[in-house]
Design a protein around this ligand. Structure first.
Ligand SMILES: Nc1ncnc2c1ncn2[C@@H]1O[C@H](COP(=O)(O)OP(=O)(O)OP(=O)(O)O)[C@@H](O)[C@H]1O
Length: 757
């Protein structure tokens, strides 16, 4: 309701003014602190010799903290909070009025919270409290009590513009359709700014549960398009970091997203939520980071375009080769090979000095095969070096015995001949040899281990692929007759020809970790993976190697799994196989917050036609719009003209972001060719793009995944482009579900049967 009309307006306005006054005062204090810290840092810099100076680092950290604090206070000046709950703890008299905002504000002098951070334990009741009886988990245990009021605010430019209460009767507080709906629909009706945004004020109950789930086991979210998966995953990251903030300097966090364009599209959320220093990357870039070099890959999109084309007769071979490389069985084959390499790695001779045995081969081998198994082979060899040097030094007595034994016969013989001179010479020689051995232990060990063959991940991988029989043993009977030979030929020729594809990166990164180098610093406290339905099982199992406590948030939608040749078809099966014996959280999100009822209904009808998929139907939030229009045109030039006209109309009513979505890259380029002459500000978005561009874009369907636009124009949805092939159905589904408010579909000849509804 409009704020002025609310019965508590005066009190709320007074409260807001008080909080703002506090914020302004606090801001001035922090500004001063920040200035003086800057000066101090300057001064220390002149005095110290290196940048690692402890005093300098401490001041820099304080300065960073002040800067962040200042940023939050600036935000709070405009909008310090968005909600309030009145909470009475069990067996207590007083009712606390708790104001909840994007950033917690704390009065240090009074030691009192001014505004509670949305991630704080008590804020849980704001999101999930539906009845009067509420509770939340605090570090000291569960706290129970009664909620007397739940209120939401719209504060624009520092003034109250609307207040929504969720109190419907004296005893029951529920999300009455109106209270919650109005506030949420208000948020959803806005046109998009072109980037994904934070939603702390309108997080819904189930989304809240996901965000606050414990992080000690993997969490999977299967959600329909537009259900907030990406948004929630990033809020969960912010939540976990906030609750682990004491360890911020040692903790590592990572977000893995499908491509650079998408990363750019989501890049603002975490900093908006006050979280910096989270690594946001693609799987490919992360894997190349592990390998320590850039690897030239063929693009997955090329393969997708190839598989989407009708002509290619090698489709089955290409798809099966990818499946093979992404399977856990392939990982097992690799493991067997690593074990074989490991078993024969230590030299077959023991350690000796001019024929004097110092340590037996069997002992060395046993130690090597049983210690430091969590490290890579190369690191284990380094450890072996240290171990052998220490052990030989410790075994001085045994070495002495060996040397003595070697000289004993000779000395006895000299004694029998009473050859005094020879006896002395032998004793001298014996002692000298012993001293020589002891002083040359480091060199001896170095030389000994120098015999160990050097290996590289890529050479190992190439050798492995050559082992046709080995691979056949594992895979032949899993394929139709004759297919394995074709698949192997294909893989072998690609590798020999130096062609690597995305699916090769997993085995290569895995091999690098197992063979060469795996430092603890590569480990992460939490990893978010978006669009995880396109990951294969080997890739997921590889990520397990780098996640502490299997702390993952996996979000995806099987209905959008367009890389069907490698992706996930059943969460249950994949989780059971990759995370054997490990419990995991599973959540299903079916509400689409993105699109109008009419658009969601169309998308449901389309995805229902996907053979072999049992998709969940999306439920729209109560928000009507125009019915999507299906428009017939005479040729592509006319299609472009009609789209351009419509775009101008939509611009006039305030829609800012629009996309012309085409089925594949080739078509996207063609459509752009027509449109660039008709629209001044249209941009082409292809796989090579790193930066998401706002405004009007022409983009292939696979690349539009995860993005959203006020208006969407689907280019050429005729019966040839979108057949009943599952990949076509999914691509059409992806295209339709990108639209927030308006959707237009154009075709030549006959429309796709998928739209026959
Ligand atoms: N609780 C919410 N309040 C307001 N907006 C929301 C809420 N949840 C989701 N949204 C909005 O819905 C839209 C879709 O969110 P998001 O992109 O995270 O969904 P998704 O499930 O990842 O979609 P896709 O499967 O298409 O990638 C975004 O505009 C987001 O801001």
């Amino acid at each position: 309701m409009e704020a002025l009309k609310h019965p508590d307006y005066k009190a709320e306005d007074k409260k807001l003014k008080e909080v703002k006054k506090w914020v302004i005062h606090e801001k001035a204090t922090v500004e001063k602190q920040e200035d003086s810290l800057k000066e101090e840092i300057k001064k220390i810099r002149k005095e110290v010799l290196h940048l690692q100076d402890e005093r300098l680092i401490a001041k820099q950290q304080l300065h960073q903290f002040a800067e962040r604090n200042l940023k939050n206070l600036k935000f709070a000046e405009e909008s310090p909070y968005f909600g309030r709950v009145d909470f009475q703890e069990k067996n207590r008299e007083e009712i606390e009025k708790i104001y909840i905002g994007k950033f917690g504000l704390h009065d240090q002098r009074e030691d009192m919270p001014v505004v509670v951070d949305w991630r704080a334990p008590v804020a849980d009741i704001y999101y999930s409290g539906h009845s009067k009886e509420v509770g939340f988990k605090a570090p000291a245990g569960e706290i129970k009590g009664e909620m007397h009021l739940k209120r939401r605010y719209e504060i624009v430019g520092g003034s109250l513009s609307a207040i929504y209460d969720e109190k419907t009767s004296e005893n029951i507080i529920e999300d009455s359709l109106k209270g919650k709906g109005e506030f949420l629909i208000g948020a959803l009706n806005k046109t998009t700014s072109g980037r994904l945004k934070e939603i702390v004020a309108t997080i819904q109950d189930q989304q809240n549960k996901i965000i606050r789930s414990d992080s000690l086991r993997p969490l999977v979210v299967q959600g329909v398009a537009g259900s907030g998966k990406t948004t929630i995953a990033l809020h969960r990251m912010a939540y976990l970091i906030y609750n682990n903030r004491k360890n911020l300097h040692t903790a590592n966090y990572m977000v893995i997203a499908p491509n650079k364009l998408f990363l750019d599209y989501i890049s603002a959320i975490l900093p908006e939520l006050g979280v910096d220093n989270v690594r946001q990357t693609t799987f490919e870039d992360w894997a190349m980071g592990i390998l320590g070099r850039k690897v030239k890959l063929t693009k997955s999109q090329d393969k997708l375009n190839l598989l989407a084309s009708k002509e290619n007769i090698k489709k089955e071979v290409i798809a099966t080769a990818s499946k093979l490389k992404g399977s856990l069985l392939f990982r097992r084959v690799i493991d067997t090979h690593i074990r074989r390499l490991e078993a024969g790695l230590m030299p077959i001779e023991g350690l000796s000095y001019n024929g004097i045995p110092l340590l037996e081969h069997t002992t060395i081998r046993e130690v090597f095969l049983t210690s430091n198994l969590h490290l890579s082979l190369e690191e284990r060899i380094k450890k072996m070096k240290t171990y052998l040097k220490a052990r030989l030094k410790k075994d001085k007595k045994d070495i002495k015995d060996q040397v003595d034994a070697r000289y004993q016969k000779k000395i006895l013989k000299a004694k029998a001949y009473k050859d005094q001179q020879e006896i002395i010479r032998l004793y001298d020689e014996r002692d000298r040899i012993f001293d020589e051995i002891i002083s040359s232990i480091p060199q001896l060990v170095d030389n000994y281990l120098q015999q160990v063959t050097k290996f590289s991940a890529i050479d190992f991988y190439k050798d492995l692929i050559k082992e046709k029989d080995e691979l056949a043993k594992a895979f032949r009977d899993k394929m139709r007759d004759g297919l394995f030979d074709e698949v192997w030929q294909h893989i072998f020729h690609e590798i020999e020809g130096g062609i690597l594809e995305a699916e090769d990166l997993t085995p290569l990164a895995y091999l690098h970790i197992k063979l060469i180098d795996f430092k603890e610093r590569h480990k992460y406290n939490h990893i978010v993976v978006d669009e995880v339905q396109d990951f294969d099982e080997f890739r997921l199992s590889l990520l397990r190697e780098i996640a502490i406590n299997d702390s993952f948030t996996f979000v995806g939608d099987i209905s959008q799994g367009i890389y069907g040749y490698r992706g996930i078809n059943s969460w249950e099966r994949t989780m059971e196989r990759v995370f054997k014996d490990k419990n995991y959280h599973y959540h299903l999100l079916t509400t689409s917050y993105r699109s109008t009822i009419e658009i969601v209904e169309l998308s449901n009808k389309v995805i229902k036609k996907c053979k072999g998929l049992d998709p969940l139907m999306a439920e729209p939030v109560f928000r009507h719009g125009e019915v999507p229009s299906l428009v017939k045109v005479g040729d592509q030039a006319e299609m472009a003209e009609k789209i351009a006209e419509r775009i101008e109309e939509l611009k006039d009513i305030g829609y800012a972001t629009m996309a012309i979505i085409c089925k594949n890259l080739e078509e996207t380029k063609r459509a752009y060719g027509y449109l660039e002459n008709l629209l001044e500000d249209v941009k082409l978005l292809t796989d090579d793009e790193d930066t998401f561009i706002n405004g009007i874009v022409v983009i292939p369907s696979y690349l539009s995944k995860g993005l959203e636009f006020d208006g969407v124009f689907l280019w050429n949805v005729d019966e040839d482009h979108y057949t009943d092939d599952p990949m076509d159905v999914k691509l059409l589904y992806v295209g339709i579900t990108r639209a927030l408010h308006r959707l237009y579909l154009y075709y030549l000849g006959k429309p796709s049967r998928l739209l026959d509804i």
